[in-house]
Structure formats: C-alpha cells, structure tokens
Design a binder for this molecule. Structure first.
Ligand code: ADP
Ligand code: MG
Length: 594
C-alpha cells in the first residue's frame, strides 16, 4: 500500500488531496484541503502554503507526513492574472462651493437663498437682507436657536456639529438646517448661497437640478453648464448647500492612453473608447504575443503594475508578456477636492484584468525544495487543463465530449476533451479578483475583505431585534434576538453568522453592483472562451473557487441554455463540489498510468 499526495498551486489557492493505492492498484481518496497560496504562483515562497495544506490533510486522514510516499505537483499553467483600476475623470471644485449629505437626523425642509454670515456677526447686522447663518462648534445649540429667533431674515443654517434637530426644535420660525459640516471654517462670509433640505423620504430636487441651482443663484447659461457636475453629485442627497464661488472642473490629471496589441494582427486602441471597443480589438488581434500601454498614461501604469507583479519570475530568466486583457467600464466614487464634508462624486473608471504568461514556471525548484524539507519523493507532472478535465470527469453524470470552465481568481480557463483524450485549452484574463475589485470600487468600500464578503454571501437588512429582511424580500425571524449593534444595518449572511457592512449603502445597490460585476466578468469571459476554442460540447462543467459562488453558476447556466448547452457546477468525486479538480486529476492520472 502506498500513500500519494497531489498538489495544485493556483494564483489564489493551493489545493491538495491525499489518496491510498492498495496492492491491486486501486485508488481510494483519503482527504482534501486548501489554503491561500503563499507568494507568487510558481515561486519558492509557495512551499510554506503547500506544507500547511499537506499537514492539515494528513491530520484529516489520520496519518503522518512521513507515511506519504510520493508527492505530485501540478505543472501549473504559466498564467498569472492581475486586476487594476483607474478613474478616468475627476471633479475638482476650487474654493469650497458645495456640500450635500444624508444626515441621519435631518431637520427642516424647503429651499432658501441668502448670503453667508457667521453667527458671531449676526447681532451687528441691521439690514433686512436674507442670510444663511454659519454656526461653528463654539456656539451651543440653545444659544444658536436664541440668536436665530431674534432675526427674522435668516432663511437657513449650516452647523458644524450634529445638532440640527436640537436647534430646529427651539425655533419659532422653521428653516432648513444642514449639520455635520466638518470643515465649516472654510466657509467665507458674504457668499451667495442656496440651501435645501428635502421632505422626509425624499431627496433634494432644486439643488440636484442644474436649472434649480441656476434659479436660486441666478446663474448665466455658461455658469449653469459648469455647475452640472455639482448638481449630478447631489442627486440622492437629503440636504445640500451650493455656494457661488469661483470654481472650475479640471481636465483629467493624466491621459487615459492607448494600448498596442501585438498578435496575428497588430492593433492600437485608445482606452477612452470604452470596454466594448477594447474587447473587439482584443478579439480581432487573434493570438496575442504581448500588449503594451502608452507610457505615463492611466493604462500604461495599469499594465506596468500587472507586469511588475511578475518580476519575481524575472529572477528565473523569464520575460513576462501580457497575453490577454479584459476591460470593464465601471464607476468609482472619488473624493471631491474642495468639498466641505467629504463628499464624493461618481467618476468614470475602467477596471482591467491582465494575464501575464511566462514560458514555463520554475516548478522544479519548488519540488526540489519540498523534497529536501520533507524527505518525500516529489515530482512535477500533468498539464493543468488536462488534470482539471480528468478531475471534472469524476463528477457524477459527466461524459464525453466534455468542456470545463475553471473559474479561478486571476483567470478563467477553458478546456475541452474528446473521447481520444485530446485536450485543447485557453486562458482568459479576468475572474474572481476582478469581480471583488469592481464591487469594492463601485460601492466605495474601504476594505477589500468587505467586498469579498459581499461577493460571496447574500445580503439582508436587520429591521428589528428579532427579524431581518433578506435581499429577495423574505423575512427571517430570530427567536433568541439579534445583537443590537446590527440594528438598522445591512449585513451579509456568512456561514459563521452575520457580518455588518460598515459603509451605509442601500441593499438594492449592493445587490445590483454585485450581480452586474459577476455577469460582466464571467458571462463575457465564458463566451469569449467558448468562441476561442470553438466548443461544440453539450456538457460544460464549472470548476474552481468562483464556481462555488451562490449565483455565478446560475448566470452561466442561463447564458448557455440560450445556446443549447448544459452547464453546471461540478461535483468532483461526488463530494468536493467545484473544488479540488486539478489535484484529483493528478491522482487519477497516476492511477491511469498517465
Ligand atoms: P486559483 O485556481 O486561481 O488559485 P481558485 O479556483 O482558488 O483560484 O479561485 C479563487 C477565487 O474564488 C477567488 O476570487 C475567490 O474570491 C473565489 N471564491 C472562493 N470561494 C468562493 C465562494 N464561496 N463564493 C464565491 N467566490 C469564491
Ligand atoms: Mg485553479
């Protein structure tokens, strides 16, 4: 009897499995585990992760490491994927001229127009002009309300502290009040200002409309044109202030740039034409040898980042080349410089996944290192797509001709195998990492981990201490009560329990952004792969980490059903779901004498 270990090192995950071969040559699988890949795929740093995974697998199988007689490491496809994003436009407001926000406790409603005045200077004013009073944290709410009540010509107030309701409740004549304006000291006196607070449940109507601002601030047609980005960024705000100060909308700080594709056909394409045009150029170029970006431009920098991530391999004499590129049009909230309360504006952005290939990854060095550390005979064998296909074939119901889609972190790989065992394969840039990046940027999330959680788990709103509303509208009750710190928040339902989303984003938006990112990346890439390989197979099995997703397989099944194909998530060995295909294939190929 012999114990075999198989190791698959991916961009994101290192998967292993253990199997036992009895004297009659029959294989029985013992255990499988996965860990995050340590270091860049294909480098000596991977050993740490491999050892951790092997350790865990032996514990599960109730054996010790030295009982393993042979480790087989997959000859990993020399494909490394990376994703990056750049914003293409930028709104800059010179001098503080706008603010709009969504206070938790709004006060007052209506619109007003007047000149700004500091509350300290109000008593010295005798005229009857209209004023908007600016109240810093030095004046308390009782005092502020008292002074406002003595002046009938005050039509609105701007507060530094979160005290709008406290002031409002003490007013004889109600006026719109904006509060929580951190940088209130930036506001100058005597500036013509428009203020608006929306009725409950609504958002501002005048200040989110360029002509509304023009009406209140008496703007010329030229000024109205210029104010449009401000109006745009106030859409959805519950209260807002716009001041008439000199400002301009600067051109993007850096050129977007173009790429040069070298392939069967050489094509240059300008990135500002958008994702659709880029995709057409990539397809038209045929087999791509390399892609370079224009120096000192947005794209140029993005592609250099992708290439730089491979410099570790350059130490092995490799010169990494970009073999595929996948771009998606997106939006990203960007802080407006010159704003007073940290406002953001949605700017046009482009997200890019690039796939870099090396001639051959230095896998032998990893095998030697591992063998030295463990004393176990270690070999590098098996071509990744072939192994993944062999593994996928262990899915109950799978048969020839079979196509697989390996939905990973950095790349989406496709392979097709016929009855003779001939395998054709292709790798496309763009997979799970790109989806996470798009979710993070479009929702303006501080942490990548939050984006990863939103990607993986369904969302819900905690509506009371005892129930939540799921994103599909269903209600779920909790007899034992919900932790009060979740109350009113959007959460995701992870297997270990609820995780609160710290950033306040409407649940509808979270769901829309999440689904659009998944569709945009995986449906497009699956179709690209099918076309490239000219796949006619009726069965398409999904493997890899992103096939574990709770909605991606559904999106792909729907897309493929329209093309008359059966597509579904694999179930490797009938037990592993979409995971462990390559490692399983490595064991199968050993048993089959491949
Ligand atoms: P690789 O083979 O390139 O190492 P994997 O097959 O391990 O990649 O896939 C990694 C990707 O799978 C990551 O983007 C990760 O976010 C995603 N992923 C892992 N588990 C899940 C899950 N349960 N739902 C959705 N995505 C998942
Ligand atoms: Mg993989």
């Amino acid at each position: 009897m012999k114990i075999l270990a198989a190791v698959d090192i991916g961009n994101s995950t290192t998967e292993v499995c253990l199997a036992e071969e009895n004297d009659a040559g029959k294989i029985r699988f013992l255990s499988s585990t996965s860990v995050f890949t340590t270091g860049l795929k294909g480098t000596a740093d991977n050993t740490t992760g491999i050892l951790a995974a092997l350790e865990e697998a032996t514990v599960q199988a109730d054996i010790t490491l030295n009982q393993i007689s042979h480790i087989r490491i997959n000859e990993a496809a020399p494909v490394i994927g990376g994703a990056a994003m750049e914003t293409l436009t930028q709104t800059i407001v010179t001098e503080s001229s706008m603010l709009g926000h969504n206070p938790k406790t709004p006060a007052g409603m209506g619109t007003g127009y007047g000149k700004t005045i500091l509350i300290e200077n109000l008593p010295s004013i005798a005229n009857q002009e209209s004023y908007i009073v600016v109240i810093s944290s030095e004046t308390d709410y009782e005092e502020a309300a008292k002074i406002i009540n003595q002046h009938s010509n005050i039509i609105g107030a701007i507060l530094q502290l979160d005290e709008a309701v406290l002031v409002y409740n003490r007013l004889d004549k109600k006026i719109p009040i904006i509060d929580e304006v951190r940088d209130i000291h930036k506001i100058k006196e005597g500036i013509e200002t428009a203020i608006e607070a929306a009725p409950p449940g609504q958002s501002v109507g005048m200040l989110s409309n360029p002509y509304g601002i023009a009406t209140l601030l008496k703007l010329t047609p030229e000024e109205t044109l210029q104010i449009t980005p401000i109006a745009k960024s106030l859409i959805g705000a519950k209260s807002a202030v716009v001041m008439k100060t000199p400002w301009r909308n600067l051109a993007p700080p850096q050129k977007i740039g173009s790429i040069s594709i070298k392939g069967d056909k050489n094509i240059d394409v300008d990135f500002s034409h958008g994702a659709g045009t880029i995709a057409k150029a990539i397809e038209a170029a045929g087999n791509i040898r390399d892609i370079t970006g224009e120096a000192n431009t947005n794209v140029g920098n993005m592609l250099e980042k992708a290439r730089a991530s491979m410099t570790d391999l350059a130490g092995y004499g490799e010169n990494p080349q970009i073999r595929d590129l996948f771009a998606v049009d997106t939006f990203a909230p960007v802080a407006i410089s010159g704003a007073l309360a940290g406002e953001t504006s949605l700017e046009k952005a482009i997200a890019v996944a690039a796939m870099v290939t090396a001639g051959r990854l230095p896998m032998e060095a990893i095998a030697q290192g591992l063998s030295k550390k463990t004393g176990i005979y270690t070999t590098v064998t098996g071509v990744e797509p072939v192994m993944a296909t062999l593994g996928a074939l262990t899915t109950p119901g799978a048969g020839f001709p079979l196509a697989i889609l390996d939905l990973g972190g950095g790349s989406t790989d496709a392979a097709i195998i016929d009855e003779n065992g001939t395998v054709k394969s292709v790798s496309m840039a763009g997979a799970g990492e790109l989806v996470t990046l798009m979710i993070q940027s479009q929702l303006g999330l501080a942490s990548r981990i939050t984006a990863e959680n939103i990607k993986k788990y369904p969302a819900a709103k905690v509506e009371s201490m005892f129930h939540i509303r799921l994103e599909n509208g269903d209600t779920l009750f909790y007899e034992e009560g919900i932790d009060p710190r979740f109350f009113g928040s959007v959460v995701v339902l992870a297997p270990g329990g609820m995780i609160k989303i710290e950033e306040e984003r409407p649940i509808e938006k979270i769901v829309r952004v999440r689904q659009e990112a998944k569709q945009g990346v995986f449906v497009n890439n699956a179709i690209r792969a099918i076309r490239k390989l000219n796949i006619q197979a009726k069965h398409i099995i999904l493997v890899g980490g992103s096939a574990e997703d709770f909605e991606i397989p559904g999106f792909l099944s729907t897309a493929f059903a329209d093309m008359g194909m059966v597509c579904g998530k694999g179930n490797i060995r009938g037990t592993e779901g979409s995971r462990n295909a390559v490692a399983t294939g490595l064991i199968m190929s050993y048993a089959g004498g491949v």
